[in-house]
Design a protein around this ligand. Structure first.
Ligand code: ADP
Length: 309
């Protein structure tokens, strides 16, 4: 059995407009790299983190450590690991920075332990890592990061995750303004009451979106990418949100909303050409501000964490 493994853990978009807290998908192209090695110390040890350096290296505070510990506790193992994290996803970005580390960590540990768990079972441990990030064990980023594609979190107790393969030509463009919004703070903004009429509209959209994904019906996907509950409350945290949305829809995006709790904003598109036009539209809006930003365009990924070597 190998002593060391290198993995790529992709970024992800959660909520996906109408699917607040129950839906997410994985994106290609941006993600964390991690190397996990067995040690003989019966302890987790996180090496100094490359990339975004201000993250905790204490295993009980870093999502990677918390997630692996949850797996080891369940297995009844005291195996120690050295954990190297090359952090490419800015924490607090809204594209699943914490989930990537948690998911990468449990997939890598599972491989080195001889695969005692299935990928689906690993989602349970990856989401425990989220407690260290936001105080809540949520799976809408963790599930697609571990499994790939779109994932519905139907229930938590017990966890019931349904994976849907993404249509072939479905592209995602994400703009990530370099400001930090903590999930915990963005949650505190939300009203706990939902108007029944809005809820009915939202259910219709969730059902439409899932059907659209199954049937590769891009028009239906676009019509269903509406959020009448959360977006309005959270968009105040995101500079230029309304202008961005208008510009990307004019450029041909199927739909656009906040990624996770922001500040990233995503748009779904049919095909690469539309994705390029949408990237330019986002660039046009944001280049007029003084806020630094990155734009990523990629196919929605049907791969979760990938083993590199
Ligand atoms: P995101 O949606 O980008 O994951 P969150 O607010 O959910 O943003 O998580 C970021 C928080 O998680 C930060 O407070 C950060 O310090 C904490 N954290 C702990 N370990 C990690 C890690 N390995 N990667 C990213 N964030 C981490």
């Amino acid at each position: 059995m190998n002593k060391s493994i290198k993995v790529f853990a992709p970024a992800s978009v959660s909520n996906v407009g109408c699917g607040f807290d129950i839906l997410g998908f994985a994106i290609d192209g941006i993600g964390d790299e991690m190397i996990l090695s067995k040690n003989n110390l019966n302890k987790l040890h996180i090496k100094p983190i490359e990339g975004y350096k201000n993250l905790p290296t204490e295993p009980s505070k870093n999502v990677a450590g918390v997630a692996i510990q949850a797996l080891l506790d369940d297995l009844g193992s005291n195996q120690g690991f050295d954990i190297e994290i090359k952090k490419n996803i800015k924490p607090g970005s809204g594209i699943g920075s914490s989930s990537a580390s948690a998911a990468g960590a449990v997939v890598a540990a599972n491989e080195l332990l001889g695969k005692p768990y299935s990928r689906k079972e690993l989602v349970n441990f990856a989401m425990q890592g989220e407690i260290a990030a936001s105080g809540d064990a949520h799976a809408d980023n963790a599930a697609p990061t571990v499994l790939g594609g779109f994932c519905i979190v139907r229930a938590y107790d017990p966890l019931d995750v349904i994976q849907i393969e993404s249509p072939k030509d479905l592209w995602c463009v994400v703009i990530h303004p370099q400001i930090e919004i903590k999930t915990k703070e963005a949650r505190e903004l939300l009203s706990t009451e939902v108007d029944l009429k809005k809820a009915i509209r939202q259910w219709g959209n969730v059902a439409g979106l899932i059907s659209g994904l199954h049937q590769s019906d891009y028009n239906l996907i676009g019509r269903s990418l509406e959020d009448h509950i959360v977006e309005k409350q959270r968009k105040v945290l995101i500079p230029e949100f309304d202008n961005l949305k208008q510009a990307v829809l004019e450029a041909g995006a199927l739909g656009c909303s906040i990624s996770g709790s922001g500040p990233s904003v995503f748009a779904l598109c049919e095909g690469e050409d539309k994705a390029k036009a949408v990237s330019s539209a986002m660039n046009e809006v944001f280049s007029k501000t003084t806020i630094p930003y990155f734009i990523y365009a990629s196919q929605v990924s049907n791969n979760g964490v990938r083993i590199l070597e």
